[in-house]
Ligand binder design. Structure first.
Ligand SMILES: C[S@@+](CC[C@H](N)C(=O)[O-])C[C@H]1O[C@@H](n2cnc3c(N)ncnc32)[C@H](O)[C@@H]1O
Length: 348
């Protein structure tokens, strides 16, 4: 393995660890021979994706380029691309988001850490898939937005950047909840660095938000198994991604979505997302919550995508088939981590 691959693996491992609850297993798991990943995960993917399981497995084997979001609260695309150019860092844009940049294949995250643009919060290192949920929510200036699971703040700061003050209308007010104290601190640090002044951080269990809260828009980027982001022969995944973890996050996802829909105002919208590709964390959770909230319905996420299995251009996320029309399950690929995005509205 090259040093670039090792550095990439170390960073993605650290990100993934941060995304999910701590889980230890003392019994070694059975590993699938082909992928080196837990057998229960590979079996679940084969059962749900059928012939596309091999496309997913190939996606788990890809080394993705470094991607970033230009933070328009501090800078502009022209300003950032000028600095990248001066530093000799090649970059390309994606057709569906003006603020997203894909860096050249030979660039590592540590090359970005040394840039002024990074130190000054003009850019945020963020995977392309993780930029999708705030775009699906489409936050509006003048509204009150809840981000239920916010740290380290990639999507919170994106929400803030998408809804700045406009003539005569204040910026969206974002309330960012985070359960873990150290992660809430990291969130505060990132938001200050990125200049997201319209965000209020709350160190709380978002499953216990009081009924008297109410929001126009809610983002629930839930804790999950991270099944969309694992890499082949990832020894760490082999340890943490246990059936117990899957059960635990699923309970948490249901309780969080139930609460999110409760504190959503009539006429408002909620985006539920995970970095998992397993139906039990995605479609099953959404269907369960909709059955409890008769005043809510699924609407199209309205995100650009191509259909996996057809002749596609890899600049667009590839959608895996799923049983909820209008939701998007992104297939792991060269540019994208596996992800799920859905949008629910509460009738007015
Ligand atoms: C998938 S990560 C969120 C990533 C974040 N949205 C971003 O884009 O940077 C899930 C986060 O939810 C937090 N979390 C888990 N359960 C929670 C709960 N019940 N209430 C609030 N936060 C929770 C975790 O500590 C973790 O930081």
């Amino acid at each position: 393995m090259s040093s670039r691959q090792r550095a990439h693996k170390a960073t993605t491992r650290a990100n993934r660890q941060a995304r999910r609850p701590r889980e230890q297993t003392h019994e070694p798991q059975t590993l699938d021979e082909q992928t080196g990943l837990p057998t229960h995960l590979v079996e679940a993917v084969r059962a749900s994706a059928g012939p596309l399981a091999d496309t997913i497995i190939a996606g788990w084997g890809q080394e993705r380029p470094v991607t970033m979001r230009v933070n328009t609260l501090r800078s502009s695309l022209a300003d950032v691309t000028r600095e990248l150019d001066e530093a000799g860092i090649g970059c390309a844009r994606v057709p569906w988001y003006a603020d997203a940049l894909v860096l050249a294949d030979d660039v590592r995250e540590r090359d970005v850490w040394g840039l002024n643009a990074y130190a000054q919060g003009k850019v945020y290192l963020q995977s392309l898939s993780s930029m999708l949920p705030p775009l699906a929510l489409r936050p509006q200036p003048g509204t009150d937005v809840l981000d239920m699971c916010a740290a380290p703040g990639g999507k919170t700061s994106e929400l803030a950047a998408l809804a700045p003050a406009r003539k005569g209308v204040r910026a969206a007010r974002v309330t960012a909840c985070e359960l873990s104290a150290p992660r809430a601190e990291k969130l505060e640090h990132n938001l200050a660095k990125l200049g997201a002044t319209n965000v209020q951080v709350m160190r709380v269990d978002a499953r216990r938000l009081d009924d008297w809260f109410s929001f126009d828009q809610v983002l629930l980027d839930a804790p999950c198994t991270g099944s969309g982001t694992v890499s082949l022969h990832d020894g760490h995944a082999a340890r943490y991604l246990t059936p117990e973890l899957a059960n635990r996050v699923e309970r948490s996802q249901r309780a969080l979505l139930d609460r999110g829909l409760t504190v959503l105002k009539a006429g408002g919208s909620l985006v539920y997302s995970t970095c998992s590709i397993l139906p039990r964390e995605n479609e099953d959770v959404v269907e369960w919550a909709l059955a409890r909230h008769a005043d809510c319905e699924l609407v199209d996420v309205a995100l650009p995508h191509a259909v996996a299995g057809e002749d596609t251009d890899d600049e667009a996320p590839l959608a895996l088939p799923n049983r909820l029309p209008g939701t998007l399950t992104v297939c792991p690929s060269r540019l994208y981590e596996g992800f799920f995005v859905s949008r629910i509205v509460k009738r007015g």
